[in-house]
Write a protein that binds this ligand. Structure first.
Ligand SMILES: NC(=O)c1ccc[n+]([C@@H]2O[C@H](COP(=O)([O-])OP(=O)(O)OC[C@H]3O[C@@H](n4cnc5c(N)ncnc54)[C@H](OP(=O)(O)O)[C@@H]3O)[C@@H](O)[C@H]2O)c1
Length: 381
Protein backbone atom coordinates (compact mmCIF):
# COMPACT_ATOMS: atom_id res chain seq x y z
CA UNK A 1 0.00 0.00 0.00
CA UNK A 2 1.35 3.43 -0.96
CA UNK A 3 1.30 5.87 1.96
CA UNK A 4 1.26 9.67 1.64
CA UNK A 5 2.44 11.81 4.54
CA UNK A 6 1.08 15.22 5.60
CA UNK A 7 3.86 17.08 7.44
CA UNK A 8 7.58 16.39 7.24
CA UNK A 9 8.79 17.23 10.75
CA UNK A 10 10.07 14.99 13.54
CA UNK A 11 7.50 12.20 13.12
CA UNK A 12 6.87 12.65 9.37
CA UNK A 13 10.54 12.13 8.52
CA UNK A 14 10.66 9.04 10.75
CA UNK A 15 7.57 7.60 9.05
CA UNK A 16 9.05 8.25 5.59
CA UNK A 17 12.30 6.52 6.54
CA UNK A 18 10.56 3.50 8.08
CA UNK A 19 8.20 3.14 5.10
CA UNK A 20 11.22 2.67 2.83
CA UNK A 21 12.09 -0.55 4.67
CA UNK A 22 8.56 -1.76 5.53
CA UNK A 23 6.90 -4.88 4.19
CA UNK A 24 3.63 -4.32 2.26
CA UNK A 25 4.02 -0.53 2.59
CA UNK A 26 5.84 2.05 0.48
CA UNK A 27 6.29 5.81 0.79
CA UNK A 28 4.18 8.03 -1.47
CA UNK A 29 4.00 11.81 -1.81
CA UNK A 30 4.81 14.03 1.19
CA UNK A 31 2.93 17.28 1.69
CA UNK A 32 5.15 20.21 2.69
CA UNK A 33 4.66 23.96 2.84
CA UNK A 34 4.84 25.98 -0.39
CA UNK A 35 8.48 26.73 -1.20
CA UNK A 36 9.73 23.63 0.67
CA UNK A 37 9.22 21.02 -2.10
CA UNK A 38 12.91 20.37 -2.72
CA UNK A 39 12.54 16.77 -3.96
CA UNK A 40 10.32 14.91 -6.48
CA UNK A 41 8.26 13.15 -3.79
CA UNK A 42 7.35 16.43 -2.05
CA UNK A 43 4.12 18.18 -3.00
CA UNK A 44 2.47 21.36 -1.78
CA UNK A 45 -1.17 20.78 -2.77
CA UNK A 46 -3.41 18.28 -0.95
CA UNK A 47 -5.16 17.40 -4.22
CA UNK A 48 -1.89 15.81 -5.42
CA UNK A 49 -2.56 13.26 -2.64
CA UNK A 50 -6.35 13.01 -2.45
CA UNK A 51 -6.54 12.83 -6.26
CA UNK A 52 -3.81 10.17 -6.65
CA UNK A 53 -5.40 6.73 -7.23
CA UNK A 54 -2.15 4.97 -6.25
CA UNK A 55 -2.24 6.42 -2.70
CA UNK A 56 -4.04 3.99 -0.37
CA UNK A 57 -3.41 5.66 2.99
CA UNK A 58 -2.56 9.08 4.37
CA UNK A 59 -0.52 9.69 7.54
CA UNK A 60 -1.33 13.03 9.20
CA UNK A 61 1.55 14.35 11.31
CA UNK A 62 1.09 18.11 10.91
CA UNK A 63 -0.21 18.77 14.43
CA UNK A 64 -2.89 21.32 15.40
CA UNK A 65 -6.50 21.47 14.26
CA UNK A 66 -6.46 23.31 10.94
CA UNK A 67 -5.61 22.54 8.19
CA UNK A 68 -5.17 19.00 9.57
CA UNK A 69 -8.94 18.51 10.10
CA UNK A 70 -9.88 19.68 6.61
CA UNK A 71 -7.20 17.62 4.91
CA UNK A 72 -7.96 14.47 6.93
CA UNK A 73 -11.63 14.81 6.03
CA UNK A 74 -10.76 15.32 2.36
CA UNK A 75 -8.53 12.23 2.41
CA UNK A 76 -11.30 10.13 4.00
CA UNK A 77 -13.87 11.47 1.52
CA UNK A 78 -11.47 10.48 -1.28
CA UNK A 79 -11.51 6.90 0.06
CA UNK A 80 -8.03 6.94 1.65
CA UNK A 81 -7.33 5.27 4.99
CA UNK A 82 -6.00 7.77 7.54
CA UNK A 83 -3.55 7.23 10.40
CA UNK A 84 -2.85 10.22 12.62
CA UNK A 85 -0.57 10.95 15.60
CA UNK A 86 -2.42 14.20 16.33
CA UNK A 87 -4.06 14.00 19.79
CA UNK A 88 -5.42 17.56 19.64
CA UNK A 89 -7.25 16.74 16.41
CA UNK A 90 -8.73 13.46 17.64
CA UNK A 91 -9.71 14.92 21.03
CA UNK A 92 -11.57 17.76 19.27
CA UNK A 93 -12.91 16.20 16.07
CA UNK A 94 -12.53 12.40 16.52
CA UNK A 95 -16.22 11.35 16.49
CA UNK A 96 -17.04 13.37 13.34
CA UNK A 97 -13.97 12.17 11.44
CA UNK A 98 -14.66 8.57 12.50
CA UNK A 99 -18.22 8.93 11.14
CA UNK A 100 -16.83 10.01 7.74
CA UNK A 101 -14.40 7.06 7.78
CA UNK A 102 -17.26 4.68 8.56
CA UNK A 103 -19.44 6.12 5.82
CA UNK A 104 -16.61 5.71 3.30
CA UNK A 105 -15.57 2.25 4.58
CA UNK A 106 -12.00 3.37 5.29
CA UNK A 107 -9.87 3.36 8.42
CA UNK A 108 -9.14 6.10 10.94
CA UNK A 109 -6.55 4.91 13.47
CA UNK A 110 -4.65 7.01 16.01
CA UNK A 111 -2.54 4.82 18.34
CA UNK A 112 0.45 7.15 18.07
CA UNK A 113 -1.62 10.00 19.54
CA UNK A 114 -1.54 8.44 23.01
CA UNK A 115 1.60 6.81 24.39
CA UNK A 116 3.84 7.31 21.33
CA UNK A 117 5.63 3.99 20.82
CA UNK A 118 3.75 2.32 23.69
CA UNK A 119 0.97 0.21 22.12
CA UNK A 120 -1.64 1.52 24.56
CA UNK A 121 -4.70 2.38 22.45
CA UNK A 122 -3.97 -0.54 20.13
CA UNK A 123 -4.22 -3.03 23.03
CA UNK A 124 -7.01 -1.16 24.75
CA UNK A 125 -9.15 -1.26 21.58
CA UNK A 126 -8.40 -4.98 21.25
CA UNK A 127 -9.37 -5.67 24.89
CA UNK A 128 -12.72 -3.85 24.55
CA UNK A 129 -13.82 -6.53 22.09
CA UNK A 130 -13.81 -9.28 24.73
CA UNK A 131 -13.57 -7.66 28.17
CA UNK A 132 -14.99 -4.76 30.19
CA UNK A 133 -12.49 -1.99 30.91
CA UNK A 134 -12.70 -0.69 34.48
CA UNK A 135 -10.09 2.08 34.42
CA UNK A 136 -7.38 3.67 32.24
CA UNK A 137 -4.44 5.87 33.09
CA UNK A 138 -0.76 6.21 33.78
CA UNK A 139 2.21 8.43 33.04
CA UNK A 140 1.32 9.68 29.57
CA UNK A 141 3.76 12.57 29.17
CA UNK A 142 7.46 11.84 28.79
CA UNK A 143 8.67 15.44 29.09
CA UNK A 144 7.27 15.91 32.59
CA UNK A 145 8.42 12.45 33.63
CA UNK A 146 11.96 13.37 32.62
CA UNK A 147 11.68 16.59 34.65
CA UNK A 148 10.18 14.93 37.74
CA UNK A 149 12.71 12.11 37.63
CA UNK A 150 15.58 14.60 37.33
CA UNK A 151 14.24 16.71 40.22
CA UNK A 152 13.88 13.62 42.38
CA UNK A 153 17.22 11.98 41.56
CA UNK A 154 19.40 15.10 41.34
CA UNK A 155 17.62 17.43 43.74
CA UNK A 156 17.59 19.98 40.87
CA UNK A 157 15.04 22.78 40.71
CA UNK A 158 12.25 23.18 38.16
CA UNK A 159 13.89 25.84 35.96
CA UNK A 160 17.09 23.81 35.64
CA UNK A 161 15.37 20.55 34.60
CA UNK A 162 13.10 22.38 32.16
CA UNK A 163 16.16 23.87 30.47
CA UNK A 164 17.78 20.41 30.32
CA UNK A 165 14.59 18.91 28.83
CA UNK A 166 14.59 21.62 26.15
CA UNK A 167 18.27 21.06 25.34
CA UNK A 168 17.68 17.30 25.02
CA UNK A 169 14.75 17.91 22.66
CA UNK A 170 12.21 16.45 25.15
CA UNK A 171 10.47 19.79 25.74
CA UNK A 172 9.42 22.32 23.12
CA UNK A 173 10.41 26.00 23.23
CA UNK A 174 6.89 26.60 24.58
CA UNK A 175 6.47 23.70 27.04
CA UNK A 176 3.02 24.81 28.30
CA UNK A 177 1.00 21.87 26.94
CA UNK A 178 3.35 19.38 28.62
CA UNK A 179 3.97 21.04 32.00
CA UNK A 180 0.34 22.16 32.47
CA UNK A 181 -0.92 18.58 32.07
CA UNK A 182 -2.94 19.45 28.93
CA UNK A 183 -1.04 16.99 26.74
CA UNK A 184 -1.70 14.14 29.18
CA UNK A 185 -5.32 15.25 29.53
CA UNK A 186 -5.90 14.98 25.75
CA UNK A 187 -4.44 11.49 25.86
CA UNK A 188 -6.69 10.33 28.70
CA UNK A 189 -9.66 11.80 26.77
CA UNK A 190 -8.77 9.51 23.84
CA UNK A 191 -8.30 6.51 26.13
CA UNK A 192 -11.77 7.13 27.67
CA UNK A 193 -13.29 7.34 24.18
CA UNK A 194 -11.73 4.02 23.15
CA UNK A 195 -12.38 2.23 26.46
CA UNK A 196 -15.80 3.56 27.52
CA UNK A 197 -17.35 4.97 24.30
CA UNK A 198 -17.37 8.39 26.02
CA UNK A 199 -15.23 11.32 24.96
CA UNK A 200 -15.11 13.69 27.95
CA UNK A 201 -14.99 17.30 26.76
CA UNK A 202 -16.00 19.30 29.83
CA UNK A 203 -15.76 18.83 33.59
CA UNK A 204 -12.13 17.69 33.20
CA UNK A 205 -9.40 18.63 35.65
CA UNK A 206 -5.70 18.99 34.94
CA UNK A 207 -3.05 20.20 37.32
CA UNK A 208 0.51 20.46 36.04
CA UNK A 209 3.91 20.65 37.64
CA UNK A 210 4.75 24.33 37.02
CA UNK A 211 4.66 25.29 40.69
CA UNK A 212 6.66 22.31 42.00
CA UNK A 213 9.84 23.26 43.89
CA UNK A 214 13.00 21.38 44.90
CA UNK A 215 11.81 21.85 48.52
CA UNK A 216 8.55 20.00 47.76
CA UNK A 217 10.54 17.13 46.26
CA UNK A 218 12.75 16.97 49.38
CA UNK A 219 9.58 16.65 51.47
CA UNK A 220 8.18 13.84 49.30
CA UNK A 221 11.43 11.96 49.58
CA UNK A 222 11.34 12.33 53.35
CA UNK A 223 7.82 10.86 53.30
CA UNK A 224 9.00 7.91 51.13
CA UNK A 225 7.16 9.08 48.01
CA UNK A 226 8.07 9.82 44.38
CA UNK A 227 6.14 12.41 42.39
CA UNK A 228 4.78 11.51 38.95
CA UNK A 229 2.28 13.29 36.67
CA UNK A 230 -0.53 10.75 36.46
CA UNK A 231 -3.67 10.70 34.30
CA UNK A 232 -6.72 8.68 35.33
CA UNK A 233 -10.07 7.88 33.76
CA UNK A 234 -12.92 5.51 34.47
CA UNK A 235 -16.65 5.03 34.05
CA UNK A 236 -19.10 6.63 36.49
CA UNK A 237 -22.86 6.34 35.86
CA UNK A 238 -23.61 7.60 32.32
CA UNK A 239 -20.33 9.44 32.08
CA UNK A 240 -16.66 9.13 33.05
CA UNK A 241 -14.20 10.77 35.40
CA UNK A 242 -10.97 11.98 33.82
CA UNK A 243 -8.20 14.06 35.36
CA UNK A 244 -4.45 14.68 35.44
CA UNK A 245 -2.54 15.68 38.56
CA UNK A 246 0.88 15.33 40.19
CA UNK A 247 0.67 12.16 42.25
CA UNK A 248 2.83 10.88 45.09
CA UNK A 249 3.44 7.18 44.58
CA UNK A 250 5.02 4.78 47.08
CA UNK A 251 8.26 2.94 46.28
CA UNK A 252 6.26 -0.24 45.57
CA UNK A 253 4.27 1.36 42.70
CA UNK A 254 5.23 0.55 39.09
CA UNK A 255 5.07 4.31 38.35
CA UNK A 256 7.99 4.87 40.72
CA UNK A 257 10.26 2.77 38.47
CA UNK A 258 9.46 4.83 35.34
CA UNK A 259 12.61 6.83 34.70
CA UNK A 260 13.76 9.49 32.28
CA UNK A 261 11.25 10.38 29.53
CA UNK A 262 9.48 7.00 29.57
CA UNK A 263 5.72 6.49 29.73
CA UNK A 264 3.67 3.98 31.67
CA UNK A 265 0.17 3.29 30.38
CA UNK A 266 -2.16 1.01 32.28
CA UNK A 267 -5.69 -0.26 32.16
CA UNK A 268 -7.67 -2.62 34.29
CA UNK A 269 -9.96 -5.08 32.58
CA UNK A 270 -12.67 -7.06 34.39
CA UNK A 271 -11.34 -10.49 33.38
CA UNK A 272 -7.73 -9.81 32.38
CA UNK A 273 -6.94 -7.69 35.45
CA UNK A 274 -4.27 -4.98 35.51
CA UNK A 275 -2.31 -4.49 32.25
CA UNK A 276 0.78 -2.26 32.43
CA UNK A 277 2.83 -1.10 29.42
CA UNK A 278 6.10 0.82 29.73
CA UNK A 279 8.08 2.34 26.86
CA UNK A 280 9.06 5.41 24.86
CA UNK A 281 6.10 7.76 24.82
CA UNK A 282 7.50 10.12 22.18
CA UNK A 283 10.37 10.68 19.78
CA UNK A 284 10.82 10.23 16.04
CA UNK A 285 11.19 6.46 15.76
CA UNK A 286 8.99 5.27 18.66
CA UNK A 287 6.13 7.44 17.33
CA UNK A 288 6.77 6.48 13.71
CA UNK A 289 6.73 2.81 14.74
CA UNK A 290 3.24 3.29 16.24
CA UNK A 291 2.11 4.88 12.95
CA UNK A 292 3.45 1.91 10.98
CA UNK A 293 1.78 -0.50 13.40
CA UNK A 294 -1.53 1.22 12.65
CA UNK A 295 -0.83 1.00 8.89
CA UNK A 296 -0.21 -2.74 9.28
CA UNK A 297 -3.51 -3.00 11.16
CA UNK A 298 -5.20 -1.24 8.23
CA UNK A 299 -3.79 -3.87 5.85
CA UNK A 300 -5.04 -6.57 8.24
CA UNK A 301 -8.54 -5.08 7.99
CA UNK A 302 -8.88 -2.90 11.08
CA UNK A 303 -11.01 0.15 10.41
CA UNK A 304 -12.07 1.93 13.59
CA UNK A 305 -10.52 2.87 16.89
CA UNK A 306 -13.14 5.45 17.94
CA UNK A 307 -16.21 3.31 18.81
CA UNK A 308 -19.33 3.96 16.72
CA UNK A 309 -21.40 4.58 19.86
CA UNK A 310 -18.90 7.13 21.23
CA UNK A 311 -20.61 10.28 22.54
CA UNK A 312 -19.24 13.49 24.00
CA UNK A 313 -19.87 13.80 27.73
CA UNK A 314 -19.23 16.15 30.63
CA UNK A 315 -16.86 14.35 33.00
CA UNK A 316 -17.81 13.89 36.65
CA UNK A 317 -14.87 14.09 39.06
CA UNK A 318 -16.99 14.56 42.16
CA UNK A 319 -16.98 10.90 43.19
CA UNK A 320 -13.31 9.92 43.11
CA UNK A 321 -10.97 11.11 45.82
CA UNK A 322 -7.93 10.59 48.01
CA UNK A 323 -5.74 12.57 50.43
CA UNK A 324 -3.56 15.34 49.02
CA UNK A 325 -0.22 16.93 49.81
CA UNK A 326 -0.75 20.69 49.59
CA UNK A 327 1.84 23.45 49.97
CA UNK A 328 0.27 26.87 50.48
CA UNK A 329 0.63 30.05 52.56
CA UNK A 330 0.01 29.38 56.27
CA UNK A 331 -2.87 31.88 56.30
CA UNK A 332 -4.89 29.69 53.90
CA UNK A 333 -4.20 26.28 55.49
CA UNK A 334 -7.48 26.44 57.44
CA UNK A 335 -9.40 26.18 54.13
CA UNK A 336 -8.49 22.49 53.92
CA UNK A 337 -9.56 19.51 56.07
CA UNK A 338 -6.12 18.64 57.43
CA UNK A 339 -4.73 15.42 58.84
CA UNK A 340 -1.23 16.82 59.33
CA UNK A 341 0.19 20.30 59.02
CA UNK A 342 3.83 21.42 59.14
CA UNK A 343 4.55 25.15 59.06
CA UNK A 344 7.88 26.72 58.25
CA UNK A 345 8.50 30.39 57.53
CA UNK A 346 4.85 31.16 56.70
CA UNK A 347 4.54 28.15 54.36
CA UNK A 348 2.23 25.30 55.36
CA UNK A 349 2.62 21.75 54.07
CA UNK A 350 -0.61 19.91 54.61
CA UNK A 351 -1.69 16.30 54.29
CA UNK A 352 -5.44 16.52 53.80
CA UNK A 353 -8.17 14.08 54.68
CA UNK A 354 -9.63 12.37 51.60
CA UNK A 355 -10.99 15.00 49.18
CA UNK A 356 -12.64 14.48 45.82
CA UNK A 357 -10.69 15.53 42.76
CA UNK A 358 -13.29 18.21 42.10
CA UNK A 359 -13.05 19.60 45.65
CA UNK A 360 -9.24 19.79 45.60
CA UNK A 361 -8.87 21.30 42.13
CA UNK A 362 -11.71 23.80 42.72
CA UNK A 363 -10.27 24.81 46.11
CA UNK A 364 -6.81 25.38 44.61
CA UNK A 365 -8.33 27.46 41.80
CA UNK A 366 -10.26 29.58 44.34
CA UNK A 367 -7.14 30.10 46.51
CA UNK A 368 -5.12 31.16 43.48
CA UNK A 369 -7.68 33.80 42.58
CA UNK A 370 -6.93 35.21 46.05
CA UNK A 371 -3.23 35.38 45.21
CA UNK A 372 -2.10 32.22 47.05
CA UNK A 373 0.82 30.22 45.63
CA UNK A 374 -0.38 26.61 45.80
CA UNK A 375 1.12 23.28 44.80
CA UNK A 376 -0.81 20.06 45.34
CA UNK A 377 -0.38 16.40 44.56
CA UNK A 378 -2.68 13.45 45.08
CA UNK A 379 -1.40 10.74 47.42
CA UNK A 380 -1.68 7.21 46.07
CA UNK A 381 -2.80 4.96 48.92
N1 LIG B 1 7.21 14.38 18.26
C1 LIG B 1 6.73 13.37 18.97
O1 LIG B 1 7.46 12.68 19.69
C2 LIG B 1 5.27 13.02 18.90
C3 LIG B 1 4.79 11.92 19.67
C4 LIG B 1 3.42 11.57 19.56
C5 LIG B 1 2.59 12.33 18.76
N2 LIG B 1 3.10 13.42 18.08
C6 LIG B 1 2.18 14.19 17.25
O2 LIG B 1 2.59 14.11 15.90
C7 LIG B 1 2.26 15.33 15.23
C8 LIG B 1 3.53 15.88 14.59
O3 LIG B 1 4.49 16.11 15.60
P1 LIG B 1 6.01 16.47 15.21
O4 LIG B 1 6.76 16.38 16.49
O5 LIG B 1 6.45 15.69 14.05
O6 LIG B 1 5.84 18.01 14.83
P2 LIG B 1 6.83 18.88 13.94
O7 LIG B 1 8.22 18.39 14.06
O8 LIG B 1 6.52 20.30 14.24
O9 LIG B 1 6.34 18.55 12.45
C9 LIG B 1 5.15 19.04 11.89
C10 LIG B 1 5.46 19.31 10.45
O10 LIG B 1 4.26 19.66 9.78
C11 LIG B 1 4.52 20.81 8.99
N3 LIG B 1 3.32 21.57 8.76
C12 LIG B 1 2.52 22.17 9.67
N4 LIG B 1 1.51 22.80 9.05
C13 LIG B 1 1.69 22.61 7.73
C14 LIG B 1 0.99 23.03 6.59
N5 LIG B 1 -0.10 23.80 6.68
N6 LIG B 1 1.43 22.65 5.36
C15 LIG B 1 2.54 21.86 5.26
N7 LIG B 1 3.27 21.43 6.31
C16 LIG B 1 2.84 21.82 7.54
C17 LIG B 1 5.53 21.60 9.78
O11 LIG B 1 6.21 22.52 8.93
P3 LIG B 1 6.88 23.83 9.59
O12 LIG B 1 8.04 23.33 10.38
O13 LIG B 1 7.25 24.63 8.38
O14 LIG B 1 5.84 24.48 10.45
C18 LIG B 1 6.45 20.48 10.26
O15 LIG B 1 7.40 20.13 9.28
C19 LIG B 1 1.63 16.24 16.29
O16 LIG B 1 0.25 16.14 16.24
C20 LIG B 1 2.15 15.66 17.60
O17 LIG B 1 1.28 15.91 18.69
C21 LIG B 1 4.41 13.76 18.13
Amino acid sequence: MKVAILGFGTVGQGVYEMLQKARDLEPGPVLVRPGKADADYKVTDISAITGAPSVGAVVEVLGGIEPARTWVEQALQAGKHVVTANKALVAQCGPELAAVAREKGVALLFSAACGGGVPFLHNLALSTRSDDILSVGGILNGTTNYMLDAMQSRGADYAEVLKDAQQLGYAEADPTADVSGLDALRKIMLACAVAFEKLPCEGLYNEGIESLTADDVRHFRGMGYTCRLVAKGGPVGDTVFAFVEPTLVPASAAECAVKDNYNLARYEAKCAGDIVLIGQGAGRYPTASAVLRDLSDVIAGQRVMMPQACVRVTADCSGCGHPYYVRLPEAFAGKLPCDKVAVDNGIARVITKALTVKEMHDTAAALRTRGAQVFFAGIEE
